[in-house]
Design a protein around this ligand. Sequence first.
Ligand code: DC
Length: 224
Amino acid sequence: MTVPEAITIDGPASSGKSTVGAILARDLNYLYFDTGVMYRAVTLGVLQSNISMLEESRITTLAEKVVIDIKPPSKEDTRQYDVLLNGVDVTWKIRTREVDQHVSQVSAYAGVRKAMTFQQRQIGLRGKVVMVGRDIGTIVLPEAKLKIYLDASAEVRAMRRYQELINRGEQASYENILAGLRKRDEIDSTRKIAPLKPAEDAVIIDTDQMTVQEVVERIKAEIR
Ligand code: DC
């Protein structure tokens, strides 16, 4: 089978993009690149600098200056990769509730998107990459030959996220998770620049009734 040089996977929060993207990349021997990590790292940088979430110009300057690196995992603690923010390991710090709460707001700023999109495109153009995010098929790599859009109802996504946290031994409330997801969906899909939506030529997969492996197989069928 001829594998497209770049495969894009977009979709709402907790639609399974990261899990599916990572497995697919491993099976194809491609680079796996989760672009949400970059917006999360910028958001963490904003929180650490005590900049208000409303200060768009300071946040934009920060986004233009920060150095975000994604490297092979240095520890065996279930991480898929290391995320470095200005050289410091922030792999788990970008997954906190605080970052979850603010990342959609930060990623809606035009200057932040411009800085991140530029870097993402450079990586995408090198090829052999499975790139995951919200606007990869529409804005970052519109020339990609295979574009996937993973969808699932908010309830199913919230339940998956809830199970994930419980399995990790963390406290979780299904209702709070559902409310948080709905809020992020709303901001991500109604923002002015690069809103979450399927590319016109995207293959849309509704994963409500599907297992991770079934989704991976479905994408491989598209490749064939
Ligand atoms: O996929 P995630 O939940 O880690 O993404 C975090 C946030 O980053 C998400 O709420 C919106 C933003 N994001 C984006 O705007 N564009 C992308 N390509 C990836 C993520």
